[in-house]
Each structure stands twice: as C-alpha cells, then as structure tokens.
Design a protein. Structure first.
Length: 189
C-alpha cells in the first residue's frame, strides 16, 4: 500500500472540511488549523484550494470513468453490468465519503477543470443509459423510460456518501448486493 504523503493528508483533511462546511466556506487558514500547521506552510505542498478541489473531484470522476469502461467491455449480461455499476458506486463511496460529498456538492466550483469534469460525467451517464437501453432491447430490463431508470438509480447511488458513514459495520460487498436487489430487482418481485 502506498505511503500517504503530506499532500495526501492535506487533500484528505480538506475533503472532510468541504463536506462539513462546503467548499466556499473553508479557508486555507481553516485547513492549516485542521492540519496543525501555519497557512503559509500549506503552500509547500499545494498551490491553492482550487487545486485541492480538482484533485478530489477529478480523481473520483476518473475512477468512475475507468470503472465504467471496465464494465462496458465485460462480457456479462446487462443485469450483471448494472450490479457492477452499483458495486462501483458502493466501493468508491465507501473508500472516500468525504470526497464524494465534494463531487456531488462542489463540482460547480471547479474552474479550469469544469469542462473536463462535465465531459467525464456526461460520458458516464451516456454509458449507463446505453447499458439500460441494451437491457430493455433484450428484455433483461422491464420496458420503461431508460432515463427514469438511470436517474432513479443514480439518485440513490450518488447520495450513499450521506448514509455510509453512519454504518460502522458496513460490508461494501453486502451493501452492493442489497442495493442491487432493491434497485435492479425491485422492492416487490
């Protein structure tokens, strides 16, 4: 396992503060205080608060994109692909609940990386939608509005960062299976 650097510690602490207060409300002084260092010392490790936000959001967005590409290329059924998407969300969120809060709540504050982030998000959603449409066309997924199916699933998956930290005994694999049962198989077969 990779040793965490001081820069990594700053990013992790910033993600927690952004989740607690919101990106706009957190100052470099707040971050320095949380790190137990002087604000000027932060700049030995990072260039700006914006760079921290980019590191948090772009890393997670790229992880989702990479995961989605793996799912798309896999030779499994549509239902299994949808279950893999649920697992992808659970695993990324379980590893980084604070970063997921920034991804969901602070993405609009990205400056020079906003267009890139939106490209990643749009591509991810288009691939998700294509999987659902494929499932409908092969009758693996019940005939319904594919955008509504995707929106319903994504709304739940994107809000996991609010729920997961309240579950100390969380088992990501079990959660992914339970979520798949509810989101894909339905609440009343």
């Amino acid at each position: 396992m990779k040793q965490e650097t001081r820069k990594d510690e700053i990013i992790t602490t910033a993600a927690r503060l952004f989740k607690e207060k919101g990106y706009s409300a957190v100052t470099m002084r707040d971050l320095a205080t949380a790190m137990g260092m002087k604000a000027a010392s932060l700049y030995n490790h990072i260039n700006s608060k914006q760079d921290i936000l980019k590191a948090i959001i772009i890393d997670i967005a790229e992880a989702f994109t990479t995961g989605m590409q793996t799912i798309i290329l896999s030779e499994i059924s549509t239902i299994e692909k949808l279950k893999a998407i649920v697992s992808l969300h659970v695993n990324i969120t379980a590893l980084n609940t604070n970063g997921m809060a920034s991804l969901n709540n602070d993405w609009m504050h990205l400056e020079d990386q906003l267009e890139y982030y939106l490209q990643l998000r749009n591509e991810y959603e288009a691939n998700f939608l294509a999987i659902i449409e494929e499932g409908i066309s092969t009758a693996e997924v019940k005939q319904n509005n594919p955008e509504l199916i995707m929106f319903s699933m994504l709304t739940t998956l994107r809000s996991l960062y609010l729920w997961i930290p309240k579950k100390e005994d969380l088992n990501a694999k079990d959660l992914a299976q339970s979520l798949s049962d509810v989101l894909i198989e339905g609440i009343n077969n």
